[in-house]
Ligand binder design. Structure first.
Ligand SMILES: NC(=O)c1ccc[n+]([C@@H]2O[C@H](COP(=O)([O-])OP(=O)(O)OC[C@H]3O[C@@H](n4cnc5c(N)ncnc54)[C@H](OP(=O)(O)O)[C@@H]3O)[C@@H](O)[C@H]2O)c1
Length: 249
């Protein structure tokens, strides 16, 4: 798909990886609906970076755990004139060690699932209707995690919600074919993100040492892969791990 003049909704673009994805899509020629939940300043900063590439940017507030908010946000994004791309990047997490089962309350479990798994489904369903308006197609790219492929990450609920997002990718690839492709990037530890900086230094250092490339992954590499998935016409239902070579090792 030629990206020049397309409109993309990037959720969580007030955050570190989402901002990089918004900028990469803008550099490829897209106008961007900059999704955010509470960090309006972060959304404004991302909008300014998009506009520096000569593209239009519009902040779109959304709580993707709330179905009504999702419908409103997608309709708002489509007011940019069209909607061609959805990047389901936003997620919520909290650190709960795997063995501490009692700390994983029902409320925390539901918030993680409502945000990280149900939210992307509702966003994809609403966005697909806009993408198909006038007989057009589109692209959906989900940002999961290696925690969805092997048992690790900030909590059991986070890891299993990302596993759900990975399989949602495959299920939606079938459901939305042939005019909409659905793919997924599964990052490992991403350098210089708030999420990575919250980890104890020893944990982050161990992740870098385990990687065959002896480094963590970068938001720019993830963003570049999102652009590649958006350009591709014959790739769907795929999950690409970007972790500097830990997962396969
Ligand atoms: N950083 C890593 O090392 C790493 C590794 C593997 C996977 N990932 C994945 O990469 C993605 C981006 O991570 P990041 O490091 O960029 O995280 P981040 O900087 O913490 O950003 C998270 C984003 O999600 C948004 N968000 C949270 N709850 C939301 C809700 N209910 N509705 C809508 N938006 C909501 C936040 O919005 P506000 O800030 O505006 O509230 C923020 O923009 C996530 O899916 C994460 O799981 C990250």
């Amino acid at each position: 798909m030629e990206l020049e003049g397309r409109v993309a909704l990037v959720t969580g673009a007030s955050g570190d990886i989402g901002r990089a994805i918004a900028v990469a899509l803008a550099a490829a020629g897209c106008d961007i609906a900059v999704g955010y939940a509470g960090n309006a300043d972060g959304a404004k900063a991302a909008c300014e970076l998009v506009e520096a590439h000569g593209r239009r940017a519009m902040p779109v507030q959304v709580d993707q755990a709330d179905p009504a908010s999702v419908e409103t946000a997608v309709a708002e994004a489509a007011r940019m004139g069209r909607l061609d791309i959805l990047v389901n990047n936003a997620a919520w997490n909290i650190g709960i060690p795997f063995p501490d089962l009692d700390s994983l309350t029902v409320d925390i479990w539901d918030r993680i699932y409502d945000t990280n798994a149900r939210g992307p489904f509702l966003l994809s369903r609403a966005a697909a209707k806009q993408m198909r308006a006038g007989g057009k197609g589109g692209r959906i790219v989900n940002i999961a995690s290696v925690a969805g492929l092997s048992p690790g990450g900030s909590s059991i609920a986070y890891a299993t919600s990302k596993a759900a997002l990975i399989h949602l990718t495959r299920c939606l690839a079938v459901a939305l074919a042939p005019d909409i492709t659905v793919n997924c990037v599964a990052p490992g530890l991403v350098e210089n993100t708030r999420m990575a900086l919250r980890l104890p230094p020893a944990v982050a250092a161990a992740a870098r040492q385990r990687a065959v490339l002896e480094r963590a992954s970068s938001a720019e590499d993830i963003a570049a892969q999102v652009v590649t998935f958006c350009r591709a016409d014959s790739v769907t239902g795929q999950v690409l791990v970007i972790d500097a070579g830990i997962f396969f090792h």
